[in-house]
Design a protein around this ligand. Sequence first.
Ligand code: PEP
Ligand code: MN
Length: 338
Amino acid sequence: MVVVMQEGATDDQVQHVVQHLVEMGFDVHRSTGVRHTVLGAVGAKLDFDTRDIELLDGVREVIRISAPYKLASRTFRPEGTVVEVGGVRIGGDEVVVMAGPCSVESAEQMEAIAAHVKREGARILRGGAFKPRTSPYSFQGLGEPGLQLLREAADRHGLLAVSEVMDHTQISLLDRYVDILQVGARNMQNYNLLRELGKARKTVLLKRGMSSTMEELLLSAEYILAGGNYQVILCERGIRTFENYTRNTLDIAAIPVLKKLSHLPIVADPSHGTGRRDKVPPMARAAVAAGADGLLVEVHHDPEHALSDGAQSLFPDQFTQLMKELRIIAPAVGRRVG
Ligand code: PEP
Ligand code: MN
């Protein structure tokens, strides 16, 4: 249930409603919007009369949310969420570009890629240090030394850093090195991880599982929000379909659908979404045109020798060209690229 307070409701009135909801057995999450304060009441309680709340002073409206996710629902924050991290705003007018290699491999590699993507307007440097590989014989990532290299390259170039956290025991380690914790597609339903991330005070980039519905994605986001961590960014990275020409099918339609269902920002990952570097720029352009708040793009200075995902990593000059194109497309849909 969501309780929308009247414009200008006093803090005492809000507190009184919160107390009432707590007494009824709800967990209350408060969202202070530009005009209205909205209270999200979540919990297992089913039999209550909304009029009990409607009649309290300062209450404008009580809305029962029938979707199974509540805090992730657009009703909770109709104006949308801007996730602010280290001076970068995700979900505002800027389409935020996160770029970098699939895996952190070496200091030279990170320096070359960070310098290039920064020059072209990326804000966030990506690079996996713990890699969820389909085969146990594939490169598994450099671990903590990789996080160090990512952090150093990001700092040298004034970029933020994002890297994947594979399980809850890694949160405190990753927290020391990165600005955004990525939850990979394979872990979207790792509920222990999600619950622990709800307790963290760090931005989470939550990727859609490769066989997950949008509702399942939003329920996974709900785990993090219900823990009190509201810094969540969704990511469409392609789903598994009967088509196997591309590695996955990038579900562009998920962008406007999720925008409607949820207030959370959404970014698109056309690299994992297609698996082929020649298909990455067209899908990146399409994602921005469809309203994505950002892109996650794999870029490598020498993709032919990359230790993972080389085939889908852009050459530096392809990234340059893509950024030029995005600077034309973004204004057409009322956005800009940094
Ligand atoms: C990645 O970003 O490198 C990655 C492993 O992504 P996903 O979880 O979407 O496969
Ligand atoms: Mn990858």
